[in-house]
Structures are given as structure tokens and as C-alpha cells.
Design a protein around this ligand. Structure first.
Ligand code: FES
Ligand SMILES: [Fe+2]
Length: 379
């Protein structure tokens, strides 16, 4: 099989694309308003609770009602447009939503306008003032929204990088053990680019590169090397074969899964160590020996992105009082913090270089695909 690596140097995106507000507006409009954007796992929110999400100046609210049904609306009152929910998340006081301004009330499941506080008007038809629904789709327990287009959700069109391993797991039944948020001072594309290569792994992630020996070679896949087949046959060290270091079972501080390996995927993980699924522009997901980690990326402005990571576990794992979740959570946070801080360093350098472009080297083939995607979307 052919190697994935690039065969010639490729021009990177112009540096000003990482801070120019006009480019950023185009990206919001043509990418974030157009694509299916990941919100959260259904089990990350309790029943009778809500969660808001802001994407640029658009603001939505997701509500899980008492029978665990999800509804998603634009977070705006149809009277004079006030924002309704001001907090990031919280508990519903009842099954009725009340606007904080003049107290119009809506049904929290259907969004129907129930009552106004005004004097009665003959020609006023309540039906015309229901909360506006957001187009959403729940795939394997993962909630996605689409802000503009009416396009259908299909696995083929949503995930640029997909791995059938994910189909073996009932993610919808998993529990969300931990959620972690971080604002990173870099353009959202810089974080994605960082995620897409391992050239940085040995010096930025010493602990991870110890766990995943292939990363010591600055590669994400053994096939990245043009002579990977020969190397695999002739070299005995695990860094030529992929997978986790000897004795390790999952991405955790000590490599142990504490007796909670996800059986269904062990075969798939054995040679690779981890499996990834991703959808531009908002989400990547990793399957590890005993857990799944999902990272959502939402830009705040052209030079800031917010990460939200969710750790998913089989319910039986979290029910085990002996299982120490911090073993995987701390490790994930360590790696994400390392990526965040080097992404900020990357961002601080781009301003000097303006309209010129950088260069992509052989290992950066995923970044090339990412750049082609961006250019095609915003042209
Ligand atoms: S804007 Fe909501 S009730 Fe007036
Ligand atoms: Fe990294």
C-alpha cells in the first residue's frame, strides 16, 4: 500500500488567514453556519436541564425535558427578540420557558407560545410566535446542529475521517464522566492543524510519545513513511509497528485500564493503540482502551477558540468504586494543555508573516486536506 505522505512541499494557507477578521467572518458564514456542528453527548446533560451554545452571534439552547427528550431552539424570544437563557447551563424551573424581559411563556418541549403578558389583541395569533427550532440530529447519542442549510445528516458527508470501529460501541449508552473546558488564544484552524500531525509529538508530548512509541518518529500512522512496509518487516521495535508501549492498555497516566477494557474494540486497538473519528470544523473523537474522549472546537473570535472535552465511559466502569477516572482524565488534560500552549505560541508568530504562506512537509498530509476543505468552503 502507498504511503500517505506528501510527495512535494505544499503551500500552506496565507498567514493572515489566522487573524484576519474578514476571513473569519467568511468562515463563520460558509463553514460554521453551514456544516453540522457538534453540541454534546446526550448524557452530558441531565433531564430538566438546559445548555446554551454560542457560535459567533448565534445563540442556541438545548433542553432535555423530564422524559429525556431533547429540543433545540434559537435562544431568542419572538416578542422583541430578547435572549431567554443567559447562563451556559442550568436546571429548568418547570416545563415552561419564561422570557426574562416581559415574561412571555413557551412550552419547553415544543417551543409553542403559551401566554403573553399583554392585553388581548383580536388579530394576534399565538401560533406565529413559537420559538424557532434549530435543525438537529442525534447520531449514536451525539447531538449535532445545523444552523442554516437543510442538508441531511449522513455519516459519509459529516465525517472527513471515519473509522468503522466506532460502530462496534454503543456510545449512546455511555456515561459522561467528566467535562473540561479551555479557551485557547489561537485561531481555530491552528488547533486543528496541531491535531492533524505528530511532528510536534516528541518535544511537546514526552509522556504521550512514551506511551505511543510511533509518535517518537513524529508520525501518526505507520503508513506515513514511504518505506513503511520494509520498516515493518525489518525492524522489531514497536515504534515501527504502531500500538501502545508494552504493557499499556489505554491513554492514561500509568497506561492501565484498571480492568475495564472496552472488549468490542480491543482487536482494532491492538495494532493501533487508538482510533480517531473527526468532523470539520467542530469535533474530533478518540477511542482508547477503556474510554472515549470527544473534543469540541468552537471559535470565539479570529484569535480564540474554546475547547470542550467530554470523557465517555461504559456505565459499568464508572459504577466500579475502584476505578480511578483521574487516571485517564488527567492524562487527556495534560496532552490537551500541551497542545493548547504550543498552539498559542504558533499563533503569536503568524502576525509577522502577513500574506505570505508557510509550507507543508510530507507528514502534514491531513493539514493539506484541511486547507483544501477550507479553501473550497469559503471561495
Ligand atoms: S422580549 Fe421576551 S417577552 Fe418581550
Ligand atoms: Fe499534540
Amino acid at each position: 500500500m502507498k504511503s500517505y505522505s506528501l510527495k512535494k512541499p505544499e503551500k500552506s494557507l496565507p498567514f493572515h488567514w489566522y487573524y484576519d477578521s474578514k476571513i473569519f467572518q467568511k468562515e463563520l458564514d460558509k463553514i460554521f453556519n453551514d456544516e453540522w456542528i457538534y453540541v454534546c453527548h446526550v448524557n452530558s446533560i441531565e433531564k430538566n436541564h438546559y445548555r446554551t451554545l454560542k457560535i459567533n452571534n448565534k445563540n442556541i439552547v438545548l433542553i432535555k425535558n423530564k422524559s429525556e427528550k431533547i429540543s433545540i431552539f434559537y435562544n431568542s424570544c419572538l416578542h422583541r427578540g430578547s435572549q431567554i437563557f443567559e447562563e451556559q447551563d442550568g436546571k429548568m424551573k418547570s416545563s415552561v420557558i419564561v422570557c426574562p424581559y416581559h415574561q412571555w411563556s413557551y412550552d419547553a418541549s415544543s417551543g409553542s407560545l403559551l401566554n403573553t403578558t399583554s392585553l388581548k389583541l383580536k388579530d394576534f395569533d399565538k401560533k406565529n410566535y413559537n420559538l424557532q427550532k434549530v435543525n438537529f440530529f442525534i447520531w449514536k447519542g451525539l447531538v449535532f446542529i445545523n444552523l442554516k442549510s437543510k442538508k441531511k445528516f449522513t455519516v459519509q458527508s459529516i465525517f472527513q475521517y471515519y473509522d468503522k470501529t466506532i460502530e462496534k460501541i454503543d456510545i449512546e449508552k455511555y456515561a459522561v464522566g467528566h467535562i473540561w473546558k479551555k479557551k485557547v488564544q489561537c485561531n481555530w484552524k491552528i488547533y486543528w492543524e496541531n491535531y492533524s500531525e505528530c511532528l510536534h509529538c516528541p518535544n511537546i508530548h514526552p509522556e504521550l510519545s512514551d506511551l505511543v512509541p510511533l509518535y517518537q518518529r513524529r508520525l501518526v500512522d505507520i503508513q506515513d513513511h514511504p518505506e513503511w512496509e520494509i520498516l515493518k518487516k525489518t525492524k522489531t521495535h514497536i515504534k515501527y509497528h504502531g500500538g501502545l508501549k508494552k504493557g499499556a492498555q489505554t491513554w492514561s497516566s500509568d497506561g492501565s485500564s484498571q480492568g475495564h477494557l472496552i472488549k468490542e474494540v480491543q482487536e482494532d486497538l491492538e495494532s493501533r493503540g487508538q482510533v480517531y473519528v473527526s468532523t470539520w470544523p467542530s469535533m474530533f473523537l478518540g477511542i482508547y482502551g477503556d474510554h472515549i474522549r470527544i473534543v469540541r472546537l468552537i471559535p470565539i473570535n479570529s484569535e480564540e477558540v474554546e475547547l470542550t472535552a467530554e470523557w465517555l465511559f461504559p456505565k459499568t466502569t464508572l459504577a466500579d468504586p475502584e476505578y480511578k477516572m483521574s487516571n485517564v482524565v488527567d492524562f487527556g488534560i495534560l496532552v490537551m494543555k500541551q497542545d493548547a500552549s504550543i498552539s498559542e505560541v504558533n499563533q503569536r508568530g503568524v502576525y509577522n508573516l502577513g500574506k505570505s504562506s508557510g509550507v507543508l512537509m510530507p507528514e502534514e498530509y491531513i493539514i493539506k486536506n484541511f486547507h483544501q476543505y477550507i479553501k473550497k468552503k469559503i471561495k
